[in-house]
Design a protein around this ligand. Sequence first.
Ligand code: NAD
Length: 443
Amino acid sequence: AGFQNDRIAMKRYITSKETHEVVDAALKRPSQRSSEKIIAICNPIIEAIKTRGDAALLELTHKFDKATSLTSPVLRAPFPESLMQLAPATIEAIDISFENIRKFHAAQQDKPLVVETMPGVVCSRFSRPIERVGLYVPGGTAVLPSTALMLGVPAMVAGCKKIVIASPPRPDGSVTPEIVYAAHKVGAESIVLAGGAQAVAALAYGTESVSKVDKILGPGNQFVTAAKMIVSNDTNAGVSIDMPAGPSEVLVVADAFANPAFVASDLLSQAEHGVDSQVILIAVGLSESQLFAIEDELHNQANALPRVDIVRGAIEHSITLVVDTINEAMELSNNYAPEHLILQVENAEKVVDLVQNAGSVFIGQWTPESVGDYSAGVNHSLPTFGYAKQYSGVNLGSYIKHITSSNLTKEGLRNVGGAVMELARVEELEAHRRAVSLRLGVA
Ligand code: NAD
């Protein structure tokens, strides 16, 4: 019995034997901690930064990150070599990832549009980078140079003039050398040594030493997320954010062609993120013994992981859905709108046509999610919690805005003027009508 209790296993549902309601309920994400409580904690922190700037920022960093020796909250470029001492293998890994992410995001640059909608009426659209961006790189216990790259490289490619990275310092007051090196590579102007709501507020409003930014991007815990929502709702801050964020998640679709060990390893690489992560397996037409093979792999591989306790927590609210057809699998997946979607099925490339909602798709058995998390070139900052239905992941466009222009000749104004004057008349905006009639010398 002890073995059964200890077994790390996802709850299994056979969809043909359940009602829609049961399947929908099984696919519900674990609910978030009361956001009102979190907002009530963040509001006074944000207020303290607005009114007392650097002094409050340092106090909060001393309190929350235990970095009591820290005397200045900002590290400015050029960053000293001594702060980015890394093993050659780490430098090489960062350099390879940097270059792949750069290539893929540089290819996303769009060309200016010029369209003559009527003779003499020319409409254009061109892009400009957002001038100042703040990139939040979570700290806590983890070292996340990959997030610094995923947020920083597209900012660099877009041509943002000022890139500010914020990340909570370690208790000794330092930043991990991996993050300093990534900040150096993307051309960041500074690193703000702070985390949580105080870091977000400092980026949104600026302090004596922190540069105010126009947009804040990046993942973080619930304090970071709540603070991003609060400052983006403050019209006086004049700051926008990338997207709402929740715990990380993966959905794996596997059929009889899938390798059970590969499937289990993909589920676990998501489960080890945090106890609030969710992993879902949709098994298409698998026999009992095939399902058991995956479950066995999951249990055995999980027990060999250093983060087995986190995995156990995540697996507790994770499920397997057994379905009959790939169409049914994709319908369920599109409804769930996973942050990461892994297709370990026959002809996986063809199945991509059936994907309607997902943050990023990993195609075929040789494409673990890990490659996209770090080095393939795609971005890993993706919409969670079902937001893949309406949001894209971070991409070059996240750092760019489009400006339109119109340019008319006199002939052009003659061609379009009648429509303008009539609509202005209908809307009873006489000055609008006259701006045309006066130029054309008509009544
Ligand atoms: P974090 O940097 O998000 O948060 C640390 C900060 O939280 C601290 O500096 C502190 O200011 C604040 N904080 C902590 N407890 C507080 C309290 N009681 N009151 C007020 N403020 C408090 O680091 P973290 O906490 O380790 O969280 C990392 C998050 O990032 C996780 O939620 C994880 O899922 C997410 N993450 C996302 C990605 C991604 O790229 N999608 C990657 C890794 C981690």
